[in-house]
Design a binder for this molecule. Sequence first.
Ligand code: AMP
Length: 399
Amino acid sequence: MKTIDEYNFAGKKAVVRVDFNVPLDENHRITDDTRIRAAVPTIQKILSDGGAVILMSHLGRPKAGPEEKFSLRHLVSRLEQEFRTNVKFAPDCVGPEAAQLAHELQPGEILLLENLRFHKAEEKGDADFAKELATLGDVYVNDAFGTAHREHASTAVIARYFPNDKMMGYVMQAELENARRVLENAERPYTAIMGGAKISDKILIIEKLLDRVDNLLIGGGMSYTFVKADGGEIGSSLVEEDKLDLARKLIKMAKEKNVNIMIPVDSIVADQFSNDANVDTALSHHIKPLWMGLDIGPEAREQYADVIRNSKTILWNGPMGVFEMSNFSVGTEAVAEAVVEATAKGAYSLIGGGDSAAAVNQLGYASRVSYVSTGGGALLEYMEGKTLPGVAAIERTDY
Ligand code: AMP
């Protein structure tokens, strides 16, 4: 497989799958352009070589056909500002107008296609739709790690129409390199921090991690399923009753594998799910009826920070509490600070997308950790040992 650095795009039209699924406000203004900035080096490389760029992406979750609020047209001026050039826009990603615009595209020019998900065929992985997208260019570059775990037309199926001219962009390469760093030969002590709402989303990754890590720190809503499984009284904290046996099994497995699994000893508790609730601190095993644990407590914060500061490899996925509410964000902040401290002392830290990435960005720590992944689901599936269709399609040579 070629890498983008080995390829000369001079005179070529590159169809580039990017992840421009950026948040927009009610006036269609971009509120966080991280994903656009991430794709710049790949686009720049193609343009500097003397190639033309045809950008395709999804945006949001349109239900049935085009919706103004999910139009990629809203990104045109941001891209024009970034690349200091006129950016052409195809109001449909396939069809005669897109074909005409692609045909007329000159070296150094950029064409942005309308939202792929305005066509149901995209998520279905429809081969005809993928083929039509493929006819727009001479070479295919996939730089959308966030959708690499989906076998969609633009993320995987399209690759078969470019048997020799397909490759990953810089974002994909960096994501895979960083994920591999914690999968293979991670320096010890290796600590994984798992938070977020539910265990059910993270069972497979937790099981896999038990074979690799020295410490597994549990936080967030999922802690209380572990606490209850361990015989604790959790009041009205979030719990997955059908996962109690599984939580017990994971605790047992951790012991057998000599993994130091930690469940928060104490919690910040509240009498309702609100930032205006009455707040107290309680032992996680003794939460009063009608009260709920919404963040890890001061003792747990200290213990977790201590383990993190002494780690050489850190993987973090999921917040320690309801960090969107200021009264329950302290645990997540304390963990973020400890990760930053460990990184400053030479540890390698990977922040798995989604909410933990948002928390690190919000706190302004993104540049003080080793790598912030852009792909929540894709990263977890990769770490679980699954093959990502977007990656496999680039690596396959049997078409
Ligand atoms: P996830 O998408 O599974 O990573 O979960 C992230 C969500 O979990 C965030 O929106 C948090 O507000 C929520 N969360 C974290 N801790 C708790 C908790 N103790 N109780 C309820 N929700 C929580």
